[in-house]
Design a binder for this molecule. Sequence first.
Ligand code: GDP
Ligand code: MG
Length: 188
Amino acid sequence: MMEISTKSRTLLKVIFLGDSGVGKTSLMNQYVYKKFSEQYKATIGADFVTKELQIDDKVVTLQIWDTAGQERFQSLGAAFYRGADCCILIYDVNVQKSFESLQNWHEEFIKQADPINPETFPFIVIGNKIDMEGEHGRAVSERKAREWCASRENIPYFETSAKLNYNIDEAFLCIANLALDNQGQQQT
Ligand code: GDP
Ligand code: MG
């Protein structure tokens, strides 16, 4: 959809959706800058960062869009969604409410981004903060999360820790591959 210059260079727009506080900014910072901060800072300025990936013979530039906290009001604006090639839905495995919100975020994405084929559009779901298990264990089991994904066109599921840099590269590689496949299909 957003292919630039030569055939072997591809730009993919990745957007993160999920409740405030689930770790969207932290995951992005860990993935792109290898940094993590315990402090909660409301993200300033809805903008994107880029990260290059090599996939087979292709250089893929991921343009990753973060929010400035507007997700609290589900008012991310048209520019945020426009031209998205893939979408990461994220929740906090310790917060039940953030898991229940996935449904809203999924619907909101389909409504706002209006992809040509919502059934095959590349989504992944991330359960973050798996390092944090409290004394009562986590709030959402992996089984529950996988069931939800299975009932939504089999969305791939990853569990991550932005704090420990666990499973983040794998999740981004998966979404990049899905988005590449999807672009290929749209061109034929
Ligand atoms: P956002 O509102 O979705 O962008 O969430 P943030 O990335 O700002 O994270 C909210 C809070 O959760 C911050 O205090 C982070 O330090 C913390 N946090 C994010 N990811 C993790 C994680 O994987 N493990 C732990 N223990 N804390 C995390
Ligand atoms: Mg943020």
